[in-house]
Design a protein around this ligand. Structure first.
Ligand SMILES: NC(=O)c1ccc[n+]([C@@H]2O[C@H](COP(=O)([O-])OP(=O)(O)OC[C@H]3O[C@@H](n4cnc5c(N)ncnc54)[C@H](O)[C@@H]3O)[C@@H](O)[C@H]2O)c1
Length: 329
């Protein structure tokens, strides 16, 4: 049997790079694609001499040409943290819309199965708790986060249209907060933010009164759910996340304990449209994919903290954000 070939967009990002590792370990030939807008070549540096890996630097909002056949495409290219998509709103909309359209066209031409990375953000600030896949969401289309949420909602719509109209094999994963090594320390998400503050000896910043809840899925669990979904025969969206919920205030206390920092928690105003509750209902994933998260928060946080602890002093103190000026068209 010939070796299966998979294209992974967003390969130099957090999730994309872990997906590259997983598919290579499963015996696939992996083509990674990225334009490094929020990703880092360091995340895939260990694959540079791997004969089962090919990297192509390319912006997926432009036409994509791949030599040879493809069995699967995983579209993970997109700014993913609020700090990123607030700085590059147009790119965020383009990668979810034009980028997805290009990848659907490529999948059709290659007769490949396409899996798209959607998000719990399609539920917006949810009025249903926990969120099941049949909940339509509560999104502010014109709010600052709308660029991401609506790009992802459009991405789901166009993907289903290609599935229904062209009979394309498609899969949609709705990813809930995922964490682990290779997250960016300064990406504004709560786990790297708290860990970075603890490592730099700063107070931990909680936005609002800290009663808002989050649930965090360790990266290997997330990747396993995605892998199983790709190989399933289910075209509708599936939530993958860890349903174990915690308030941000309690989470800050956990981080203080884990890191041994002597700093305290400080409170700041809640940003616009920050969801109050986030918790996946994973009944469908359990039934359909025989999947559920295995890594507990304590173990996952320890592994993540070990990664951040090993960053260089320069990386730890680099507070300025990536320069997006050349991308922000
Ligand atoms: N991490 C999470 O908790 C989470 C939650 C929900 C959804 N997701 C989705 O998963 C995907 C990956 O997220 P992540 O956390 O790894 O983010 P990330 O920022 O680490 O990775 C995204 C990657 O996409 C690349 N990229 C962005 N625009 C591109 C373009 N036009 N062309 C080529 N490459 C481009 C970036 O350079 C980066 O390497 C995203 O689609 C995101 O929406 C992630």
């Amino acid at each position: 049997m010939s070796q299966k070939r998979v294209l992974i967009t967003g390969a130099a990002g957090f999730l994309g790079s872990h997906l590259c590792d997983r598919f290579i370990s499963e015996g696939y030939f992996v083509i990674g694609m990225d334009n490094f807008i929020t990703g880092d070549p360091k995340n895939i540096a260990h694959l540079s001499s791997n004969s089962n890996f090919l990297f192509i630097q390319h912006d997926v909002t432009n036409f994509i040409n791949i030599e040879g056949g493809l069995d699967y495409i995983l579209h993970f290219a997109s700014p993913a943290s609020p700090i990123d998509y607030l700085k590059i709103p147009i790119q965020t909309l383009k990668v979810g819309s034009l980028g997805t359209h290009n990848l659907l066209g490529l999948a059709k031409a290659k007769n490949a199965r396409l899996l798209i990375a959607s998000t719990s953000e399609v539920y917006g600030d949810p009025l249903v708790h926990p969120q099941t896949e049949d909940y339509y969401g509560n999104v502010n289309t014109i709010g600052p986060r709308g660029v991401y949420d609506e790009a992802k909602r459009f991405q789901e719509s166009i993907t289903m249209a290609y599935h229904r109209f062209h009979g394309l094999e498609t899969r949609i994963v709705r990813i809930f907060n995922t964490y682990g090594p290779r997250m960016r320390l300064n990406d504004g998400r709560v786990i790297p933010a708290f860990m970075g503050q603890a490592l730099r000896g700063e107070d931990l910043t909680v936005f609002g009164d800290g009663s808002q809840t989050r649930s965090f899925c360790y990266v290997t669990d997330q990747v396993d759910g995605i892998y199983r979904l790709l190989l399933s025969d289910y075209p509708n969206p599936v939530n993958i996340g860890n349903p174990h919920e915690i308030s941000i205030k309690d989470f800050a206390e956990e981080i203080i304990k884990l890191t041994g920092t002597t700093q305290k928690v400080i409170y700041k105003d809640l940003p616009v449209d920050d969801p109050m509750q986030r918790q996946p209902d994973i009944t469908l994933a359990k039934k359909l994919l025989q999947w559920e998260p295995k890594v507990g928060r304590e173990e996952g946080m320890r592994k993540t903290f070990d990664y951040f602890k090993n960053l260089t002093e320069e990386e730890l103190h680099k507070s300025e954000h990536k320069d997006f000026s050349s991308y922000n068209k």
